[in-house]
Design a protein around this ligand. Structure first.
Ligand code: NAI
Length: 249
């Protein structure tokens, strides 16, 4: 494989799908991970291939270690290299105060948003770090403006999981800085994707977008462009950076 390879978790829709398409346009071979919706992931891969790019779909639940091991092994087999990881897979839940949050919800939130990102990063580091014989690479963690704002009355659990992602980004960046791997994060604000419907509020992006200083929600493509800058060589002296893509929010 001559092209650089990027793995995008949760790449079948929203910010992940937009990033997959942008990465393919930039010359990356793209591993499009999906959780359940094989058809949506295949549609992303078909679009990439129609434009002359290289891509494959790979099923894995990022909370399941065996799934993640199989995901990375499949990339090893198919392409034999890994140059970048975008830890994009993430969930919200329905709006709820902390005094009503059950343990099952909290475990699901932190296992998906935090543990999933950690174990995917671990497998990427084992392949990319010069310490392990790799040739370096980049990791971009998709955090959220919620990490700064706290999301009171809505989903403090989600915000705290993204706060963990910010700290993870800073720590891992320093841990790997001398091993050829840069680690950065993006903090999207209100972005118009299907995640809001998953949290029971399909109109959330339009409703809250008006309160953003730029007076509109962002698009998945706008976040994808920031991710692309961070995974590529243009950001060569940035590591541990958290880039807000939030319209001034
Ligand atoms: P989305 O719901 O369209 O995409 C999330 C993707 O993650 C989906 O494809 C979903 O299947 C996948 N996923 C969820 N759990 C998974 C699991 N266990 N294993 C594998 N994949 C899994 O939402 P969107 O908006 O594209 O979100 C992408 C990232 O951006 C998330 O990390 C989210 O927290 C973050 N974000 C989104 C914002 C927004 O306003 N849309 C704002 C700030 C951050």
């Amino acid at each position: 494989m001559n092209a650089p390879v990027v793995l995008i978790t949760g790449g079948s829709r929203g910010i992940g799908a937009a990033t997959a398409l942008a990465a393919a346009r930039a010359g990356y071979a793209v591993a499009v991970n999906f959780h359940r919706n094989a058809a949506a992931a295949q549609a992303v891969v078909d679009e990439i291939k129609a434009q002359g790019g290289q891509a494959l779909t790979l099923q894995a639940d990022v909370t399941q270690e065996e799934d993640v091991l199989a995901l990375f092994a499949a990339i090893d087999t198919a392409w034999g290299r890994l140059d970048a990881l975008v830890n994009n897979a993430g969930i919200v839940d329905v709006s709820c105060r902390v005094d009503a949050m059950g343990v099952a919800r909290l475990k699901r939130m932190f296992e998906t948003n935090v543990v999933g990102s950690f174990i995917c990063a671990r497998e990427a580091v084992l392949r990319m770090s010069t310490r392990h014989g790799g040739r370096g690479g980049t990791i971009v963690n998709v955090s959220s403006a919620a990490a700064r704002l706290g999301s009171p009355g809505q989903y403090v659990d989600y915000a705290a999981s993204k706060g963990a992602i910010d700290t993870f980004t800073i720590g891992l960046a320093k841990e790997l800085a001398a091993e050829g791997i840069r680690v950065n994060g993006v903090r999207p604000g209100i972005i118009d994707t299907e995640i809001h419907a998953s949290g029971g509020e399909p109109n959330r992006a339009q409703l809250l977008g008006a309160q953003v200083p730029m007076q509109r929600p962002g698009t998945a493509e706008e976040v994808a462009q920031a991710i692309m800058w961070l995974i590529g060589p243009q950001s060569s002296y940035s590591t541990g950076a958290l880039l807000d893509v939030s319209g001034g929010r």
